[in-house]
Design a protein around this ligand. Structure first.
Ligand code: M6R
Length: 608
């Protein structure tokens, strides 16, 4: 996720771009840059760091006045977040300049072809291929050249492009990643999101997927990827600036919950082949080494630990390797036995959690190999790992992890299947079936989000409930744990996540009328046993809510059933957690709490 802004018109261009980028900083903030064009000259100014660093740099470099410009705030997906990889990117001759949001899945093939044709690349980004491809199309009008580039590029992307020889034109294109035009009087704006131009205009034009738009001071021209002219559709923005930054959602948490289908699509992008194989070329680790591994340790904290629980089930089931999981802050103190044949997987969305870093350092010191799973490119965990798998969820502002959890689950499922593939522990046909099912997850999560209204109505009845249990077995157990953590941290009510079968060994003493028990029943091989455990809770007066797959006849046990789309065991964790995120959200908002900034918590915990 990155932020794009563009402006063409009579105002001082830099005074539009920099505030616009500041309003888009929620989309990413590891590096930033601008490009400005006037009368055949182009200035590109960019830096690692935040928009404030770019503002300071622009102040020092004092760019020439311009008539058009584009800007970018980056959330790295390809290449470390440094100045060279910061956008904008240009071709060898500095004639074309591009900013980009999204992932160009076939960038490696495109880059190879361009390199063979003599183009020299300066960055490690996927974006730079666009600049070089456009340079080869210099005889075409820019809009036509961008249309051709879009037709050759795979994946979700949004672009804004300028060319020195067409100084009063910005061309944008969109497929899967957002892009809108702000329509002014004798001026126009292009941006990833409305806040970038809302202080200048409330008139906008929606750009649909697979469209290319040409923006000049006095005109907006829209074409499709076949080159057909289209009529731009005008809209008026009704939100204020603050609401617009949250995309119209009342909180960042709700926005991030709803971003999950897109985020999961990004996690999967380019990581599976057409033949149903897992392709993790980015995982820079010798397959022979992965074949020699005889034990896996997974370490993480909080929500990431719940992803580790799922990873244990997946890796053991698919590779038959023994897997130990540890809460990172406990790992070192039990003297675990590791050696050169051990694989440590450290999971941390921020990549900066000190407990997790200490745990993986301990593992490395014993000679183990380390794979990091992180959302933040070039985080401490990423830098210290032998290989890293990024979750690509984009920045998460709400303190409660939501989209970063579901993307962790998906990344770890990919990793589990990849290990199975490399080690030959699973039939390739079975891997292919699961890979194809994984590709349905974005659509299935979208369906699961449809239960929001129903869950809100349900939770309205629970204003006085003080005790919740979340129960599950096998793959449903980590989901239950995550449901309980979400409710505790944002609604401040007691919620226990428990293995359903363990309740009878003590905690069942707490069950009485007025307690809400949420059972997760998506893992088929423990379904019957979980349902029996839920009967035990019901017999003692608890209100029973079940999260169950569409079509599964579980109704008799429950006071209420929330449905999620049916899917294979373990993959279902991704959809099953969505109703629980929504449940926590609605309980907390009904209690009037600030879900984005719950008390006593910090997004990243850098103390032991
Ligand atoms: O950045 P990390 O994934 O290492 O963070 C770990 C935990 O601090 C984090 O998951 C925390 O539990 C969240 N507040 C959960 O919503």
């Amino acid at each position: 996720m990155c932020g794009i802004v563009g402006y063409v018109g009579p105002r001082p261009v830099i005074d539009v771009l920099l505030p616009g980028l500041t309003h888009l900083e929620y989309r990413g903030y590891d590096s930033a840059g601008v490009a400005l064009i006037r009368d055949g000259s182009m200035d590109v100014i960019k830096t690692a760091g935040r928009i404030a660093d770019l503002v300071a740099l622009v102040g020092r470099e004092a760019p020439r006045p311009a008539i058009s410009g584009i800007g970018h705030t980056r959330w790295a997906t390809h290449g470390a977040p440094n100045t060279v990889n910061a956008h904008p990117h240009t071709d060898d001759g500095g004639d074309v300049v591009v900013v980009h949001n999204g992932i160009i899945e076939n960038w490696a093939i495109l880059k190879r072809k361009l390199t063979e044709a003599g183009h020299e690349f300066t960055s490690d980004t996927d974006t730079e291929v666009v600049a070089h491809m456009l340079a080869d199309l210099s005889d075409l009008p820019l809009i036509e050249a961008v249309r051709q580039v879009m037709n050759q590029s795979e994946g979700a992307l949004a672009l804004a492009v300028m060319r020195r020889s067409e100084p009063n034109v910005i061309v944008g294109a969109r497929r899967g990643s957002p892009l809108v035009v702000g329509r002014g009087d004798g001026e126009n704006f292009l941006a990833s999101d409305i806040p970038a131009f809302l202080e200048h205009t409330r008139e906008m034009v929606i750009i649909e997927d697979d469209r290319v738009v040409e923006v000049r001071p006095g005109s907006i021209r829209l074409i499709d990827l076949e080159g057909n002219e289209l009529e731009p559709e005008h809209r008026k923005v009704e939100w204020d600036l603050e609401a617009a930054e949250r995309g119209g959602y009342p909180t960042f948490m709700l926005k991030e919950i709803h971003e999950q289908p897109h985020a999961i699509g990004d996690t999967l992008a380019g990581r599976v082949s057409e033949t149903g194989r897992v392709v993790l070329d980015e995982l820079d680790i010798d397959p022979d080494l992965l074949r020699r591994i005889d034990k896996v340790f997974v370490v993480a904290c909080g929500t990431s630990y719940h992803a580790a629980m799922m990873a244990k089930y997946a890796i053991e089931r698919w590779t038959r390797l023994p897997v130990e999981i540890d809460i990172a802050s406990e790992f070192r103190y039990r003297d675990p036995v590791l050696d050169e044949r051990s694989l440590v997987i450290g999971i941390s969305q921020s990549g900066e959690t000190i407990d997790t870093l200490a745990a993986v350092r301990y593992g490395k010191a014993q000679g183990a190999n380390l794979i990091g799973v992180s959302n933040v490119v070039d985080s401490a965990l990423a830098r210290e790992s032998d290989a890293v798998l990024y979750t690509r969820a984009g920045p998460e502002i709400g303190v409660a992890a939501t989209k970063t959890f579901t993307t962790q689950l998906v990344a770890l499922q990919l990793l589990g299947l990849y290990l199975a593939q490399v080690r030959g522990s699973m039939d390739p046909g079975r891997i292919e079936v699961l890979v194809r099912e994984m590709l349905r997850l974005p659509e299935q999560v979208e369906l699961a989000l449809g239960a929001s209204g129903e869950i809100e109505r349900l939770t309205r009845k629970w204003k006085s409930v003080r005790d919740y249990f979340f129960l599950g077995r096998s793959g449903d157990f980590p989901v239950a744990m995550e449901g309980a953590l979400k409710l505790k941290e944002i609604a401040y009510v007691r919620a226990e996540g428990y293995a359903a079968g363990e309740m009878k060994h003590g905690p069942i003493a707490l069950i009485e009328k007025g307690v809400v028990v949420v059972g997760v029943v998506t893992d088929s091989h423990v379904r019957a046993k979980t349902l029996s455990n839920m009967e035990e809770m019901r017999a003692r007066g608890a209100t029973i809510v079940l999260v169950a797959e569409e079509g599964d006849d579980v109704g008799a046990v429950a006071d209420h059933v929330v449905r999620v789309p049916a899917g294979p065991d373990l993959l279902c964790t991704v959809t099953a957690v969505v109703p629980l995120q929504l449940l926590a959200y609605h309980v907390a908002t009904a209690r009037g709490l600030d879900v984005d900034k719950p008390r006593n918590l910090a997004k990243t915990v850098t103390v032991e």
